[in-house]
Design a protein around this ligand. Structure first.
Ligand code: GDP
Length: 314
């Protein structure tokens, strides 16, 4: 996966600081290393705006930590491994803050936590092909295995086959399912399905919605109507890691339509650059909760920003 390449590039840039020897490290040198790090992030499709913010934050943090009283142009006179460590720590901290709920990101949301013994209505959103239906099955499997009473509702009336796909998954996973071959209104299906499962005391009620090939007004209106009808506790946006920079705009458009509370990134097992999908976090100011890493029900990993970034930077 290309994210590993990003990790390699970041490590290489940081290593250059270590091999610099004993001499002074100037502001210009620090700037050069930060530019390299920024370039590596941009090549991995992290949004340009985000990279610039991150670079500025790392720079001011490093300069603040290693302030040199004698010469303004020199960042540090100490052995450059100090600088290397400080830059690395600042990059890690800023990446973690970017990806963490309640971190440095202004207005960032806390992860929604499922409540036992109560209905948790979870609305899934995403463009067609993002992996929404597959992810719903993985998500249902994840919670069902941990003892949650879980059910699924198919309110995707747009894509032929969505109903059968979810139904098949439902049978394989033994997770009950609500849908209709005849009802064409997704709002009615969503409302009926959710109400039925609330009555039956299900704890996690997952609603699949339709996508479109591109962002369309009709899609966002439909999402708003469904959200108004089922009053979800959490809206989960599913984004495809292979979509690159486009993900930021997609995520923003969904977030402007409904209150996205969490993000799941799919297809990180493939040739995804990944950075664009990470930018979805800043567009929605919502945390990533899971990563999808394959087509099987078990290919879903809970997301932890700290360990993700640590792995990335080795
Ligand atoms: P939807 O239109 O958003 O509901 O998308 P689907 O769930 O039907 O998924 C579209 C395609 O992506 C299918 O072929 C899935 O098997 C595949 N897919 C979904 N998630 C992943 C993933 O994490 N990794 C890989 N490799 N493929 C995935």
């Amino acid at each position: 996966m290309v994210l590993a390449e990003l990790g390699g590039k970041l490590r290489d840039s940081l290593r250059k600081l270590q091999t610099g020897g004993q001499g002074d490290v100037t502001k210009a040198q620090l700037q050069q290393i930060l530019n390299e790090i920024a370039r590596a992030l941009m090549e991995a499709d992290v949004s340009v705006k985000l990279v610039m913010t991150l670079r500025d934050k790392v720079q001011s943090k490093v300069e603040h930590l290693l302030r040199n009283e004698e010469d303004e142009e020199v960042v540090t006179r100490r052995h450059s491994s100090n600088l290397s460590k400080t830059v690395q720590r600042a990059v890690v901290d800023e990446l973690v803050a970017l990806l963490s709920p309640g971190g440095d990101v202004k207005g960032a949301k806390k992860v929604y936590t499922m409540k036992r013994g109560k209905p948790n209505v979870i609305l899934f959103l995403g463009l067609q092909g993002a992996g929404k239906t597959t992810t719903i099955a993985k998500f249902a499997n994840y919670y069902q295995r941990r003892g949650w009473k879980t059910a699924m509702v198919c309110a995707d009336t747009f894509r032929a086959g969505a109903f059968d796909q979810l139904k098949q998954n439902s049978t394989k996973l033994r997770v009950p399912f609500y849908g209709s071959y005849t009802e064409a209104d997704p709002v009615i299906i969503a409302e009926k399905g959710v109400n039925q499962f609330i009555k039956e005391r299900y704890e996690i009620i997952i609603v699949d919605t339709s996508g479109r090939h591109k962002q369309e007004e009709a899609l966002f209106e439909e999402m708003q109507e469904i959200a108004a009808a089922v009053q979800p506790d959490n809206c989960v946006l599913v984004v495809d890691a292979t979509q690159g920079q486009a993900v930021y705009d997609q995520a923003l458009a969904f977030h402007n339509a409904v209150d996205v509370g969490s993000v799941i990134i799919t297809k990180l097992d493939g040739h995804a650059k990944g950075g664009g999908a990470l930018s979805a976090v800043s567009a929605t100011q919502s945390p990533i909760i899971f990563l999808g890493s394959g087509e099987h029900f078990d290919d879903l990993e809970p997301f932890n920003a700290q360990s993700f970034v640590s792995k990335l930077l080795g």
